[in-house]
Design a protein around this ligand. Sequence first.
Ligand code: HEM
Length: 420
Amino acid sequence: MIDDTLPLLMKGYAWLPDARRRNGEGPLWTRLAGRRAVALHGTDAVHWFYDERNVRRQDALPGPLLDTLFGRGAVHTLDGEAHRTRKAMFLTALREPRAVGELADLAAVEWDRAAERWADREEIVLFDETAEVLTRAVCAWAGVALPEGRDGARRTAEDLVAMVDGFATAGPRHFRARRARKRQEARIADLVTAERTRAAEAGSHTGADVSGADSGVLAAVARHRDSDGSLLDPHTAAVEVLNVVRPTVAVTWFLAFAAHAQHRWPAQRTRLVAGGAEEALAFAQEVRRFYPFAPFVAGLATDEAHWQGEKVPAGTMVLLDLYGLNHDEKLWPDPYVFDPDRFLGRSPDRDTLVPQGGGDPATGHRCPGEDVTVALLATLAPRLARLSYDVPDQDLGIALSRIPARPRSKVVLRNTQGAQ
Ligand code: HEM
């Protein structure tokens, strides 16, 4: 059996869709990094993949991915009861509409403040500016203090972006990501320890913590108990706080894609300016479907795994082709046309729109941050549309071979002026 590591590295997002065009819809048996692997496609595969009887996550993710993107001991690596108990903590913090609305409001305030500063500058790099806007918003919302000093938010944003940008490469981006993770884990572990001391002192003075400071993700993680009843050690707690803060800042990638769409199809921009919440929501969903972000998800076959009657040997790496599913012409007519109307007044099907995984987030590993992602995009994309700016000559191309993909220039804007 051939090893597909090189084609994956060369083609990135196009690797699995290309292989499917050549080999048809069935499972693609291959090897990755010397390990037997099978890639699956289709909505049936989504149901199968997210059934714990078929696929487990423990030991599924390679060390370099954990040391950059997710962190050691992360919820991504748990199965069964341990996973469900840890996951509940995320779902409680991330899916309550009022909490999601508060985060979106904070992001709007930070964006409007930043837009005032941009007006004094000849040129901005939208990607970097958005990362800082989102860092300020999510850290305030989560109760994660930013380092002191004028550039505390910018440096934190750079670290959070680096962790995402460097997970799928062996080059300098990867080592930047490792250093960024080490730095942020150490800093946030100290914040968790300080939060526990504060909560214990508040409790001993009053018999209960009534200070009000115990809200927010940092405090929730600090007091969370795992399925064995124990508190998370400070390092694991820091990993999980980062599993909220980092992907929230990763919405920057989607906002850069939103800018790309508004520039490439100006009618989309006009619609966002003229439209309301429905148009903004539909636009946000189409950005998530159309543009490349997570190429696939991976797990390991259990002892019991059979796919469509065929035994999948235990320990086989199982891949689910997310990017391919979001561009499957059987599920999405004209999949390579950017068309928010697909979502206008319609909720997307759970296992068809899968940019952030499939299945049920409560029982499986589907992303618990979809509401946050959609709310942030639907809040900021219309603000971007209303901003007046020039787009100087630049390379806005998006190479599918680079994971994670982004417009090459990171979207340079000139002469930005407040709302139109
Ligand atoms: C899991 C994508 C935003 C928190 C995942 C998974 C994907 C994903 C593909 C894995 C699903 C699986 O393993 O089956 C994305 C993308 C985002 C995003 C593309 C856009 C920027 C967020 C946000 C949050 C978040 C905003 C939190 C505020 C998580 C967590 C998990 C996860 C905690 C682990 C869930 C588990 O293992 O049970 N995400 N996500 N993500 N995401 Fe997101």
